[in-house]
Design a protein around this ligand. Structure first.
Ligand code: 13P
Ligand code: SF4
Length: 332
């Protein structure tokens, strides 16, 4: 297929898929890569929201393919457009403050369009600090969804105290908060979380520090506040890789992120001691749905001129979602 095809692979993909990727990266890196590609077919080995983002950043004549349409993200599923509309109305009715909505890129295109329409923007784990800073400069309050942990960890990094933040849970009446609490809060965090990163806890960090004080604990910011605070370093998947790449031989790391990435790092850097922070397998089962055989099926379908699993975001949604995406790319 030559230059007609590019395969993109997120760092959490299994080795047998990553070995076929032309570009690997974190969500921000892959979005930027997609925007620069001219290939007619882009096979996105990652999850649904990433393929949607790539589709919006490429031309109509290009086709983005997700090898398994069931490769979703459980965190992205924790916020839908109706819930966000209802919450927005409820929050607006409690305050006259200007609220800026920021969505983590792990969400549907519809939610990206919501923030685009309401003067907000998108962030990823590698630019969350910049984007939240931008939002707080622009408005009085921040509504951050769907990941409460990335929101809380980043805001605390920016000097906002925990009692200025509240959690909005759409499964409870009025989000589980009073109008007075909304009026007083600076940051409103959606209740969502990543089931994979929820698997790490502060006791694991303490145990490692006790057994092996020289080990650097490095985690993804989707981990809970307690883990984030107890760890030595935190950052996106690319940040974790870059930090390990630069480490001196003999250094030890306990890594709090998805197991395929941790195992690959341990294999690629045999002179370092790399283990998972958790003794349990923290596998992103949705990322893992992209099997080599589905990648092969996608390739065969292109070859037969009947590509399958094409991801196309509706034009009516794209306009506002692109506004929010472009805002993010410009600011970060
Ligand atoms: P990164 O942007 O760090 O690659 O994270 C994406 C993700 O889904 C982490 O769970
Ligand atoms: Fe979603 Fe968590 Fe998987 Fe990332 S690791 S894609 S946030 S479920």
């Amino acid at each position: 297929l030559g230059s007609k095809l590019v395969i993109l692979g997120h760092h959490y993909q299994q080795d047998d898929v990553i070995s076929f990727a032309d570009h690997t990266g974190d969500s921000l890196g892959l979005a930027k890569d997609a925007a620069k590609l001219s290939a007619k077919y882009i096979i996105f080995c990652g999850v649904h929201f990433m393929a949607e983002t790539a589709d919006m950043l490429t031309k109509d004549s290009q086709h983005v393919i997700l090898p398994d349409l069931n490769a979703g993200c459980s965190m992205a599923d924790m916020a839908n457009a109706d819930e966000i509309d209802r919450a927005w109305e409820n929050i607006q009715s409690a305050t006259s403050d200007k609220i800026i909505p920021i969505t983590y890129i792990n969400c549907t295109a519809k939610l990206k369009a919501f923030v685009g329409k309401n003067d907000g923007a998108i962030c990823t784990s590698s630019n969350a600090k910049k984007m939240i800073n931008w939002a707080l400069d622009k408005g009085d309050k921040l509504l951050f969804f769907p990941d409460q942990h990335l929101g809380r960890n980043t805001c605390s990094e920016l000097g906002i105290s925990l009692d200025e933040m509240l959690v909005y849970n759409p499964n409870l009446q009025s989000g589980g908060v009073t109008k007075d609490q909304i009026a007083k809060a600076r940051v409103i965090l959606w209740y969502g979380f990543c089931s994979v990163h929820q698997g790490f806890n502060a006791e694991q960090v303490c145990q490692i520090k006790k057994d092996s004080p020289e080990t650097t604990v490095i985690v993804h910011p989707e981990c809970s506040y307690e883990v984030y605070k107890a760890a030595d370093m935190a950052g996106s998947t690319s940040f974790i890789i870059d930090t390990i790449k630069k480490a001196k031989a003999g250094s030890s790391f306990a890594v709090g992120t998805e197991i395929n990435l941790v195992n690959r790092l341990a294999k690629d850097y045999p002179k370092l001691n790399i283990t998972s922070l958790s003794p349990y397998q923290c596998l992103c089962t949705t990322m893992y749905r992209v099997r080599p055989r589905w990648l092969l099926e996608s390739l065969r379908s292109i070859k037969k001129n009947h590509p399958i699993n094409i991801i196309k975001v509706e034009e009516s949604i794209q306009k506002n979602a692109l506004k929010a995406l472009e805002r993010m790319l410009q600011i970060s």
